[in-house]
Design a protein around this ligand. Structure first.
Ligand code: SF4
Length: 102
């Protein structure tokens, strides 16, 4: 930002400043709207209890074979420590072979 000889900000700089300010406000507003638009219920419905998580397989279905499993003990869907031998209602087959890899 620069001032001209009369100490006045040229029109171009003013428009750049206002564009920047507007963009910054829009982005921060979008972030707030984005954060507020994820209801707490949607986050909570993925917890272990609501997901019917168990520390043992459901038949031949287990976390190590699920597409959401992230070795060694995490899941993209259910928060917390996840056993490769666990299971929950969000199970989706996706890992071929089920090698535990550790
Ligand atoms: S979605 Fe369920 S079954 Fe799949 S890895 Fe996560 S906890 Fe295990």
């Amino acid at each position: 930002m620069s001032l001209n000889r009369k100490g006045v900000m040229p029109m171009k700089d003013k428009s750049e400043l206002s564009r920047r300010k507007l963009l910054g406000q829009a982005l921060s507003g979008a972030a707030l709207v984005g954060a507020a638009s994820v209801p707490a219920q949607a986050i909570n419905r993925m917890n272990k209890v609501a997901s019917k998580y168990q520390n043992h397989p459901n038949g031949d279905r287990r976390c190590a074979l699920c597409m959401h499993f992230q070795p060694p003990h995490s899941c993209q869907v259910v928060p917390g420590n996840i056993s490769p031998n666990g299971w929950c209602k969000w199970f989706r087959a996706g890992k071929a072979g089920g090698s535990m890899g550790y």
